[in-house]
Design a protein around this ligand. Sequence first.
Ligand code: FO1
Length: 328
Amino acid sequence: MSTAIGSSAVPAGRVLALTGGVGGAKLARGLAGVLKKQQLTIAANTADDFDYWGLRICPDLDSVMYALADLNDDQRGWGVKDETWRTLIAMRRLGGDEWFQIGDQDAATHIFRTQMLASGASLAEVTGKLCRGLGIAAILLPMTESRVATRVKTDRGDLEFQEYFVRDQCEPAVRGLSFDGIDSARLHPDIVELLESDNLSAIVICPSNPFVSIDPILSLPRCRELLKAAKAPVIAVSPIIAGRAVKGPAAKMMRELAMPATATAVAHYYGDLLDGYVLDELDAEHAEDVAALGLEVCVAPTVMTSVASKVSLAEIVLDFAAGISLRN
Ligand code: FO1
């Protein structure tokens, strides 16, 4: 077990981060603050994506993008800071859908994306162009170019992900999850190439919801096998701190799926995919249980409330990964 001291190790090779929105996007911002341009590739979940107002919405790609550009609204956890809502208000006046709130600045992202996709661009190309427009140096990729959609089996019937998450405020009890289209989907080829490369120093599973943010990525054909075969340690940062998720329904889902809502249970869930696990200081007493799973453990302050705390956690995670690659 290690207790983090933070010595800012910039690895020699590249780093791959797997993430959903909100919590994961914060660590992605931290990693981008430590690593050199183009050294960081972020693979984001796209199984939350859906069509609304005739626009293609990719919430996790957008949360990461706004976080990397320091444009994100940290309080809300999604969307752009200093947002205005005139379009939404006008839509309400027309009697249009308003359960999913699109801000005025955010709308430009979705219109830009929808237009480019309609003219034949790939989602990765659109995302690259959006990132360049926002001055982002890191490489942000959708997990796949294929359409994958999370469906939530609940006590109120089967729901599309955003119906469950936003419209119904995560209130229905979750009985199971499935990812439509996953069997025929393909991990983005640039992610495959990176996972097979000799120049990869670390793979970081960000503190995102394991079931609806990370699982869609891990469920893509070949993903788990490529992660296990990669020549870099796989480190996950716990999304659960003292039995609670910082934001979102992860802990509630764990209880509904008959799992203890603990950081250890998440480590157990990822199983033999991991080489190392980062626990929050409040969960230091779980370190022995995690180590008993055969993992290296790092105890660190994982709550990210400022850019400095995001960068500091990123440094700790990269140092931890460097130590693991030396030992193996
Ligand atoms: N989350 C909400 O809880 N309510 C919203 O109205 C909402 C709107 C929204 C618009 C654009 C976007 O990119 C994200 C948005 N989110 C909203 C967040 C998002 O749906 C979820 O946080 C993710 O899907 C879960 O990672």
